[in-house]
Write a protein that binds this ligand. Structure first.
Ligand SMILES: Nc1ncnc2c1ncn2[C@@H]1O[C@H](COP(=O)(O)OP(=O)(O)OP(=O)(O)O)[C@@H](O)[C@H]1O
Length: 216
């Protein structure tokens, strides 16, 4: 787990996109920060800007290297956005994973049958596609994961497995910025909690049990 005073792995400085920002925030290696807010508040807009998927003002730094100084594919391999509803560019599940990856062996880690590796995307359920998209995004090069409602379509058992997987990535030093509507999940996974209100980050007000954004 990150410790207070660690040098930031990810630093956002004056990030601005549409009605969101300017946002400044730092995450240490192994730190999880939750982001809540009303529907339409701009949470996905913010995550996409951090991933450099849309034009934006301000900049983000990964271990001291500016996003603007790095080729976009290199940034996104390390600062990886996992949308709430992933896109699929081929018919088969297998086509979305590198050929060298034995991804069938990974499927049970999130409660999926290895047989799904041979399936067509179209026959996968919403929750199966959601977990496949997360596995697809998890690569050895990830240093920051930007997760947009990573378990919104899942039952309790599947959600628990995904949370275990995320805990293992955090323990390995990956930083996670996670949008969730689930305050209990935020409490389980995140070290700090923010809410997006009027385009600005505020310490989360929901649930007295949550430690607010400013404190650890
Ligand atoms: N490319 C765009 N151009 C103009 N407006 C956009 C664009 N992308 C998103 N928006 C608008 O910005 C607002 C915030 O969208 P966003 O998807 O970030 O909401 P959210 O906080 O993630 O909501 P939810 O919790 O419902 O997913 C919405 O009103 C949306 O229509």
């Amino acid at each position: 787990m990150a410790t207070a005073g660690s040098a930031p792995l990810l630093a956002l400085k004056g990030l601005q996109r549409l009605h969101v920002g300017p946002v400044s925030l730092a995450l240490a290696a192994g730190e999880c920060v939750s982001l809540m807010g009303a529907s339409g508040a701009g949470k996905s807009v913010l995550l996409r800007a951090v991933a450099d998927l849309d034009p934006h003002g301000g900049d983000a730094w990964l271990a001291g290297v500016a996003c603007s100084a790095m080729p976009a594919p290199a940034w996104r391999r390390q600062v990886t956005y996992v949308p709430a509803e992933a896109g699929w560019w081929a018919d088969s599940v297998a086509a979305h994973f590198p050929p060298v990856t034995d991804f069938a062996a990974l499927l049970p880690r999130v409660g999926l049958s290895p047989a799904l590796a041979q399936a067509a995307v179209a026959r996968c359920s919403t929750g199966e596609r959601q977990r496949l998209a997360l596995l697809r995004a998890l690569q050895p090069g990830n240093r920051v994961l930007l997760l947009d409602e990573p378990t919104s379509g899942l039952d309790d058992a599947a959600r628990a497995l995904v949370e275990q997987l995320l805990q293992s990535r955090l323990a390995a030093g990956v930083a996670v910025l996670m949008v969730t509507h689930d305050a209990a999940q935020a409490q389980r996974l995140a070290h700090r909690h923010f809410e997006l209100v009027g385009g600005q980050l505020q310490p989360a007000r929901h649930g007295a049990a949550l430690s607010p954004g400013g404190a650890r």
